[in-house]
Design a protein around this ligand. Structure first.
Ligand SMILES: *Cc1c(COP(=O)(O)O)cnc(C)c1O
Length: 493
C-alpha cells in the first residue's frame, strides 16, 4: 500500500483555495449564500461526511437516502403550500430541476397527442437553464419581451402566445436578472384554461420568498402551489436553503405527470435502471446537508435569516437610490437587485454599472456584470450589475456602502465601454469568420489578452469583456467564451 503525505496534499489544496474569491463574509454578491452561521456549515460538513460513501442511485439499498429525500420534499411541499397531490425530487441543483421540469412537460405534451417540435414559452428574463433545456430536449424557445424600463412582464403579452404546440410556460419567482416577480396568477390561469403546463422557477426565491413581504409590508402576490394551474415549482437548496452546492427541489403537481420525469429501463442485461434525475450513481452529501440544515433552522430559522436579508436589501436599495447616476431597475422582489445607469442625470454625472462593478472589485467587493440584450421586438434591455444579498450582508452593510459609494465616485462620468471601438480593435473580418476552430478561437482570445496567462481567470476589469459579449454576433461570443472556459481546464501541453 503506497503511503501518501496527507498534509502536503491538503496544504496544496489550501493554497489553491486561498486564491479563490471568498465564499464567506459577503464580499461576493452572487454564487455563494453565506448564512453567517458557522455552526450551520459545520453541521452540513458533518452530515456530508456521514454519507460520503453512499450511492444515491438506489434508495432501496441505501435507505437513508429515501428517508432524507422524503423529509426534504415534505418540508418544501409545506413551505410552498402543496397538498398531498404534490410530489417531488431532490436534484443536483437549479439547472437540473429546470431541465427535469421541461423534460416532464415535453413528455406529458407528447403523451397528450402533441407532435412536431414543442415550444417553451417564457419571458426573456427566464433563466438560461431553460435555454439549455430547450437545446437538450428539442424544444424551440419563444421568449416574450419585457418592459425595458422595469423588466416586468405584461401577462397578456405572454398568454396571447399560448397555443397547442406549447409544452410548457415558465415564469419566475423572482427572475434572476432583474428580481421581477412574474404575474404567476394571471399566467397560470391562462395555462390552466388552455391545458398547458406552467412551471414556476423559484430556484432563487423558493426558500426565501415564503418569508418575504413587499416594501410596504403587505403580503406578496401568490406564486406557489396555492395558484391553480401551477404544475411544477423548482426551489434551490444550495441558494437560500444555505446548503453546499448540489441540491435543489423540484415539486410537481400530480403523481401521474411526475412519473414522466422518470427514466426507467429493463432493456439491458444489468440492473433495472429507474432514475428520477439525470445522474445515475449520485452523491448524497448535499441532500444530507440540506436535510440537516432544515432541521436545524426549521421555518423559524429560515424566517429570521430572510428578515435579515430583507433589511439589508431595503438598505441597499436606499443606498443605490442615493448614489447619483445609478438606480435600481424596476421593482425587485426578494434578496437581489439589478442596478442600471440613471439616464435622468446629465451624461457627466452618470455611472456605468459595469465600470462601477469593476471599481468595487478593486475595493474587494465582487458584483456581477450582466450584459444588455436586444429583445425580439427590437427594444433594448440595458446592461446592469447584479447583487445577491445574503444574511451576512447586513453585518457588513456599512463597509459595503462605503465601497459602493467610492466606486461610483470613481466611475461617475466615465462613458460606457464603446462596443464599436472594442470591435474595431479586433482582427479584421472577425464577424464573417463563420465556424471557428479551437486554434483560431484561442488566437483571437490571445490577441485581446484573455488566453495564455499563467493562471486561468478573468481580467480584473470585466467591463470591456462584457462590451465584447454584447457587441459580437451571439454565435461568435458563445464560441469564444467556450474556448476561454475550455482552455482554463486544459492540462499544459
Ligand atoms: C440559480 C438559478 C437557476 C439555476 O440554478 P443552478 O443552481 O445555478 O443550476 C435557475 N433559475 C433561477 C431563477 C436561478 O436563480
Amino acid at each position: 500500500m503506497a503511503s501518501f503525505d496527507q498534509r502536503a496534499i491538503l496544504a496544496r489544496l489550501s493554497a489553491l483555495r486561498a486564491a479563490d474569491a471568498p465564499t464567506h463574509g459577503g464580499r461576493v454578491l452572487s454564487y455563494v449564500y453565506d448564512s453567517g452561521m458557522p455552526e450551520l456549515d459545520e453541521l452540513a460538513a458533518e452530515a456530508m461526511r456521514l454519507v460520503q460513501p453512499v450511492n444515491g442511485l438506489d434508495p432501496t439499498t441505501f435507505t437513508s437516502v429515501a428517508v432524507m429525500e422524503r423529509e426534504v420534499v415534505g418540508f418544501a411541499r409545506e413551505l410552498l403550500h402543496g397538498d398531498d397531490d404534490v410530489v417531488g425530487s431532490v436534484t443536483s441543483g437549479g439547472t437540473e430541476s429546470c431541465l427535469l421540469a421541461v423534460k416532464t412537460a415535453r413528455d406529458v405534451w407528447r403523451a397528450a397527442g402533441g407532435s412536431g417540435v414543442p415550444r417553451l414559452l417564457a419571458p426573456v428574463t427566464v433563466h438560461a437553464a431553460f435555454h439549455k433545456a430547450a437545446a437538450l430536449f428539442g424544444l424551440t424557445l419563444d421568449l416574450v419581451p419585457v418592459d425595458p424600463e422595469t423588466g416586468a412582464l405584461d401577462a397578456a403579452a405572454l398568454t396571447g402566445r399560448i397555443g397547442p404546440d406549447v409544452a410548457l410556460v415558465v415564469v419566475s419567482a423572482p427572475s434572476y436578472p432583474f428580481a421581477t416577480l412574474d404575474p404567476v396568477e394571471a399566467v397560470a390561469a391562462a395555462c390552466e384554461a388552455a391545458g398547458t403546463a406552467c412551471h414556476v422557477d423559484a430556484c432563487i426565491g423558493g426558500w426565501i420568498l415564503p418569508f418575504w413581504r413587499a416594501a410596504d409590508g403587505s403580503a406578496l402576490p401568490l406564486w406557489d402551489f396555492r395558484v391553480p394551474g401551477v404544475t411544477s415549482v423548482s426551489a434551490d437548496l444550495h441558494k437560500y436553503g444555505y446548503a453546499p452546492k448540489g441540491a435543489s427541489v423540484l415539486l410537481q403537481r400530480g403523481r401521474d405527470r411526475q412519473r414522466r420525469q422518470y427514466f426507467a429501463t429493463t432493456g439491458w442485461p444489468g440492473y433495472p435502471v429507474v432514475n428520477p434525475t439525470l445522474l445515475g450513481s449520485k452523491p448524497a452529501g448535499a441532500l444530507a446537508a440540506s436535510w440537516a440544515i432544515i432541521q436545524a433552522l426549521g421555518a423559524r430559522g429560515f424566517a429570521e435569516l430572510a428578515e435579515s436579508c430583507r433589511r439589508a436589501t431595503r438598505g441597499l436599495q436606499d443606498i443605490v437610490a442615493d448614489i447619483e447616476g445609478l438606480r435600481v431597475l424596476g421593482d425587485p422582489t426578494g434578496p437581489l437587485l439589478a442596478v442600471v445607469t440613471d439616464d435622468a442625470v446629465p451624461a457627466s454625472r452618470r455611472v456605468d454599472p459595469h465600470h462601477w462593478a469593476d471599481r468595487a472589485r478593486r475595493r474587494g467587493w465582487v458584483l456581477q456584470l450582466q450584459p444588455g440584450l436586444t429583445q425580439a421586438d427590437g427594444t433594448h434591455l440595458p446592461h446592469t450589475t447584479h447583487l445577491t444579498i445574503t444574511p451576512v450582508t447586513e453585518r457588513r452593510i456599512d463597509e459595503l456602502e462605503a465601497a459602493l459609494r467610492g466606486a461610483a465616485d470613481e466611475a461617475r462620468g466615465v462613458p460606457p465601454v464603446d462596443a464599436a471601438a472594442v470591435l474595431a480593435a479586433l482582427p479584421a473580418g472577425l464577424a464573417d469568420l463563420g465556424e471557428l476552430d479551437s486554434a483560431t478561437a484561442a488566437h483571437l482570445l490571445g490577441s485581446i489578452g484573455l488566453v495564455g496567462g499563467a493562471t486561468p481567470g478573468l481580467p480584473d476589469d470585466q467591463a470591456p469583456l462584457l462590451a465584447l459579449v454584447e457587441a459580437l454576433p451571439r454565435p461568435l461570443a458563445t464560441r469564444l467564451l467556450t474556448e476561454l472556459l475550455a482552455r482554463a481546464v486544459e492540462p499544459p501541453a
